[in-house]
Design a protein around this ligand. Structure first.
Ligand code: NDP
Length: 284
């Protein structure tokens, strides 16, 4: 019987624990605050930002929302980030990506104080992830690891294949699987024999951005399949990078879309924000 890994259930479990931590900090007169910046009107970003705000509200985290117009300049955005960097009420700063094309994404990410970089995108935090000495885990890959742990799926000595090498998902995902003693292969658009490599995976993670790209013939019977993809399909509905209907008959465990990795990402963002608040108040 294939296990459908329920991201909603696991994220609710995590969020409950985080809520208790936020309440305990409040007892010590410490409020946890997250600043969320959004530039322009990207509809997907609006949904993500609204979900993050909702999660903050549920957990007792104060959210400070900054909705800036599409024509915001680099200078204006940098000025806001500098202000938030030195605001003691703000523990975490998140700048929703993608930014409009005229903005310099690298410059903006690098301007966020690494201590408040709850997305873990700043080069300093990325470097710390590389050497396994991290304060903040990248939210989506860390969410995947939490799911595997929750389901008692051991990563040690497993062949792990990650399809995708983005800085946000693929690369940090591979690194976290490696830190958990997996034997890791990273695939991308130039990989040859993709199907054969995928079929060698005990744990297969798809982070491609192409609807139903991973088909049943690419999956080893009994493999664990994690679908990070969030795509809009022909029928207008959300779907992942994995052909769920058919792959579920081959895999031993699989995440659905929606209701899989997506809710985990937000829970891990909340966790990082609480970590930031603790660091700011106790690690001076
Ligand atoms: P990117 O577009 O940045 O990266 C996609 C990766 O897939 C690239 O490395 C690319 O290779 C690879 N790829 C593309 N086509 C192929 C192919 N034919 N064969 C093998 N590899 C291929 O996307 P992201 O990493 O940012 O996101 C991936 C997906 O995850 C998206 O659907 C996104 O919406 C979703 N996502 C979900 C989140 C969640 O919370 N669940 C959070 C973040 C993202 P190359 O480098 O060679 O171009």
């Amino acid at each position: 019987m294939t296990k459908i890994i329920n991201g909603k259930e696991i994220s609710a479990y995590l969020k409950n624990k985080i809520k208790d931590e936020v309440a305990a900090l409040k007892q010590n007169n410490i409020n946890v605050g997250l600043a969320v910046i959004m530039v322009g009107n990207n509809p997907a970003s609006k949904v993500y930002v609204a979900n993050k705000e909702k999660a903050c509200e549920q957990l007792g985290i104060i959210s400070y929302k900054y909705e800036l117009p599409e024509d915001t300049t680099n200078e204006q955005l940098l000025e806001l980030i500098q202000k938030l960097n030195s605001d003691n009420n703000v523990n975490g700063i998140l700048c929703q990506l993608p930014l409009p094309n005229h903005l310099d994404e690298k410059l903006i990410i690098n301007s966020i104080n690494p201590e408040k970089d709850v997305d873990a995108f700043h080069p300093q935090n990325v470097g710390k992830i590389m050497i396994g000495d991290y304060d903040y885990l990248p939210c989506t890959p860390a969410g995947v690891i939490e799911m595997l742990n929750y389901e008692n799926i051991d990563i040690t000595s497993k062949n792990c294949v990650v399809i995708g090498r983005s800085n946000i998902v693929g690369k940090p995902m591979a690194m976290l699987l490696l830190h958990n003693n997996g034997t890791v292969t990273i695939c991308h658009s130039k990989t040859k024999n993709l199907k054969e490599i995928c079929r060698s995976a005990d744990i297969l993670v798809a982070a491609i951005g192409k609807p139903r790209f991973v088909t049943a013939d690419m999956v080893k019977p009994g493999a664990v399949v994690i679908d990070v993809g969030i795509n809009r399909c022909e029928d207008g509905k959300l779907c992942g990078d994995v052909d769920f209907e058919n792959v579920q008959n081959v895999a031993s465990a699989i995440t659905p879309v929606p209701g899989g990795v997506g809710p985990m990402t937000i829970a891990l963002l909340m966790k990082n924000t609480v970590t930031a608040a603790k660091k700011m108040n106790f690690n001076k």
